[in-house]
Design a protein. Structure first.
Length: 459
């Protein structure tokens, strides 16, 4: 009998039948991660965080987001390197909790949530895009809705192609992200009107109690701006040399984006006083207009919109692999297991999530969407897979993990506590809504298992 071929050794040109082709390089995977992370979020959230914390305290919130992401990254890196398959968390939860029993429930709940929260993520980016586009041309509410819907449709059309073409498009979009942030950083720091020493000195003059209280309120929106560092795990079945490239891509993305965020914030407050910045709906445009005038501000707005568009591209790409992974595993409708006959991507899954994202973008507000996204996914995805990793370590030998985190299990225990803190910070309404979605998912799972005569109703 022919031995199985390890995932790292699949020939790029001829993947096994039913497998996605492994054609994304480390550079392409990292680019898709970073453009997923830098969407409209940091440009919309920056004024909100300043208003919440006041003064230069808001810089601590961006540091907190980087620390949380790095700690959580150890969990994703271990799981992603060990199980490089399409769908990311779907496979992590299924394998960690046992493929025949509790893993079925947890992985089903993740897919169930993905059908709601993935379109919400897409909708949040599209709504933010339309909101920021109002700087160029004042838009009424119905016009904003029309713009957000059209953006989602264009994203679906761009993703309807082969993965190697998508990798190249991702690199172009990554270049746009770096260009935009680079312009903001260099322009502000080289033309500072408020001394950096004044900003930095005020950071260290705050009591721990005041800082902790403010960070609790701002943490939800800040974490939203860092989400996406794990996108490469959703694309695990298409990454070359995944046991090395997936962990590397995750950590490179977080460190790179954290540095860019901090420099961008320092640059903005060195030009625009924070009391003005906290009330600006178009903070980057205001910043560039202060330095270079209205025409340059219009160009900056176009670049911000391109960044937001690029993030939506990466988000929908990654999440479209989740229903596909569940379908080929027999835990979701078979139609979602179909690959496009010539372009070899899960087109049914892409169309479903993109279509729901289009609908959601017409009916929701940005602030509510951001909070709902986190509240819905923390319990099952982030906390669930962290606990699952602890269970895996009890059952598997250490050498079965291609990547091992330092100081295990301290990072895992720490990240569980952090995510629970953020979950409570979303507020009672959103906590209950997230738990209701989980409860409905459990009911749906039990009905499905009963019909199929599977666990817990059958063998």
């Amino acid at each position: 009998m022919t031995p199985a071929i390890p995932p790292d050794q699949f020939p790029d040109s001829s993947p096994p039948a039913g497998e996605l082709p492994r054609r994304l390089t480390l550079l392409q995977g990292t680019a898709l991660n970073m453009i997923d992370m830098v969407g409209i979020g940091p440009f919309v959230v920056l004024p909100l965080v300043i208003k919440t914390l006041g003064g230069s305290l808001f810089l601590w919130a961006w540091v907190l987001g980087a620390v949380v992401s790095l700690v959580d990254a150890f969990v994703w890196a271990e799981l992603g390197a060990a199980f490089p398959k399409a769908g990311g968390s779907y496979n992590f939860l299924k394998i960690s909790y046992g493929e025949q029993r509790w893993g079925r429930l947890l992985s089903f709940l993740y897919v169930w949530q993905t059908l709601i929260q993935a379109p919400l993520v897409v909708a949040s980016g599209a709504i933010g895009f339309a909101q920021y586009a109002s700087y160029l041309l004042p838009l009424e509410e119905w016009q904003r809705k029309a713009v957000s819907g059209i953006v989602v449709l264009i994203i679906i059309a761009l993703l309807y192609r082969k993965i190697d073409s998508i990798g190249k498009i991702g690199l172009i979009m990554w270049g746009a992200v770096l260009l935009t942030l680079g312009w903001i950083i260099i322009g502000g720091l080289s033309n500072a009107r408020i001394p950096l020493s004044e900003t930095l000195s005020s950071i260290g003059s705050v009591s721990g109690g005041v800082l902790a209280a403010g960070l609790g309120q701002a943490s939800v929106k800040i974490i939203y701006c860092y989400l996406g560092y794990y996108n490469v795990c959703h694309l695990g079945g298409e990454i070359q040399r995944p046991s090395r490239n997936i962990p590397a891509s995750i950590f490179i993305s977080i460190v790179g984006i954290a540095g860019l965020y901090l420099l961008m914030n320092l640059s903005v407050v060195s030009v625009v006083p924070w009391r003005i910045a906290q009330n600006s709906e178009f903070i980057v445009s205001t910043f560039v207009e202060t330095l270079y005038g209205p025409r340059a501000a219009q160009l900056a707005t176009v670049l911000v919109l391109l960044v937001a568009f690029s993030s939506l591209f990466a988000v929908l790409l990654g999440y479209s692999r989740v229903p596909y992974a569940a379908a080929i595993d027999g835990q979701f409708f078979k139609i979602f297991a179909r690959l496009h006959p010539t372009r070899h991507f899960p087109h049914v899954s892409l169309l479903l999530l993109g279509g729901l994202g289009f609908v959601f973008s017409l009916f929701f507000r940005l602030g509510d969407v951001i909070t709902a996204i986190l509240a819905m996914r923390i319990v099952v995805q982030f906390v669930g897979q962290a606990i699952g990793l602890l269970l895996l370590h009890r059952r598997r030998a250490a050498d079965m993990f291609p990547f091992r985190m330092p100081l295990y299990p301290l990072p895992v225990v720490l990240v569980i506590g952090i995510w629970l803190f953020i979950f409570f910070s979303t507020g009672l309404t959103f906590m209950l809504s997230g738990l209701v979605v989980i409860a409905l998912g459990i009911v749906a799972f039990l009905l499905s298992a009963r019909f199929r005569k599977q666990w817990p109703f059958g063998r």
